[in-house]
Design a protein around this ligand. Structure first.
Ligand code: ATP
Length: 312
């Protein structure tokens, strides 16, 4: 997690933001800050308000109430247009002129953004489209269009990147390549806001998560902070010598919640408060324990906890 002065390094600040379409409130009283260099992931069911939040931060729509501040200004006002050059946006659905080649598309967007001296071929190389740069976009696969969308978002080295479900349509290798690109941008100080349904994919990559449920922010924090809020059990997996698992598990005592015993290992479940005392007891077993893995709750479990009771 990025450690910085919380006041001065906020690049985004949302205070009690609500958005209504007609009579429907699709974002309700949401507040959070994003610090420079952070990677914040927005998660939530379909229709939870993730894209609307992005559009509010991009100035593509205005809040009904509350304040949105991005890079020190309100992104919905034209006076802040200069700031837009420092923003990159990959929308959920990317659509390009089919008759243009990849490199022509990038030049077109670079022109719109006022990015001069941009090496579009190099940008296409970065996203793995070097060989297809002179092919018409109409001949691109879904994954290739998605990568062209990412290249478009990266035009002009944006300070802030908004990526709405960026890995949709990418195969596993391309997904990994995509996150390597994002990691590289973070090392240069880029801040990113990513909306995603791929929880296992973003789990280890985000600094913080904003969990949305029907327009309401139900949680915001690092994975560790979210673990503490939900207090889900931690699993410990103990490896022992072949045939010893049952005997050693019994030596630990009957008060412990032991499950999944097999020939060479067994699993324990405990609350986060019980974890360290339990680890000390396991250490007392000495050489009988060959290895131990601590398995915290997954983001998927944390997310399901916050969504409990939601039938949508
Ligand atoms: P998904 O995961 O499906 O992309 P999301 O979390 O991004 O969903 P939003 O696209 O922000 O959700 O939509 C939130 C709610 O706002 C939905 O009920 C949607 O129908 C509604 N909505 C979005 N844009 C508009 C609009 N322009 N006019 C009316 N309602 C809208």
């Amino acid at each position: 997690m990025v450690e910085m002065d919380a006041v001065s390094s906020n690049v985004i600040s949302l205070q009690s933001v609500s958005k209504q379409y007609g009579n429907e409130t699709v974002v309700r009283d949401v507040s959070f800050n994003v610090q420079a260099g952070e990677c914040v992931v927005l998660v939530g069911h379909n229709g939870a308000g993730k894209t609307t939040l992005m559009k509010l931060m991009l100035g593509l729509t205005r809040s009904t109430s509350g304040s949105v501040e991005v890079l020190g200004g309100d992104p919905a006002f034209s006076a802040s247009v200069a700031q837009h050059k420092t923003l990159g946006y990959l929308p959920e659905s990317v659509a390009f002129y089919e008759a243009m080649t990849g490199v022509e598309v990038l030049r077109f967007y670079a022109h719109l953004k006022g990015a001069t001296n941009l090496d579009c071929e190099k940008l296409l190389e970065m996203v793995g489209l070097g060989d297809a740069s002179k092919r018409r976009v109409g001949t691109y696969s879904k994954g290739m269009r998605q990568r062209l969308g990412l290249a478009q978002a990266m035009i002009g080295d944006p300070q802030l990147l908004f990526l709405d479900e960026p890995t949709t349509g990418l195969d596993p290798i391309l997904r990994r390549h995509f996150y390597e690109l994002i990691d590289g941008l973070h090392k240069q100080g880029t801040t990113s806001i990513i909306s995603s349904h791929a929880l296992s994919e973003v789990e280890a990559r985000a600094d913080r998560f904003v969990i949305m449920k029907a327009g309401v922010m139900v949680a915001c924090g690092t994975l560790d902070e979210l673990y503490q809020q939900v207090d889900l059990p931690v699993q410990l997996k103990i490896n022992v010598a072949s045939g010893e698992a049952s005997v050693i598990a019994e030596r630990l005592g009957s008060d412990i919640d032991i499950n999944k015993v097999n020939n060479q290992s067994f699993c324990l479940s405990c609350s986060s408060d019980e974890k360290m005392p339990l680890i000390r007891r396991i250490a007392e077993l000495g050489d009988a324990v060959q290895d131990m893995h601590i398995i915290p709750p997954s983001l998927d479990e944390v997310y399901s906890h916050f969504m409990k009771g939601d039938q949508s």
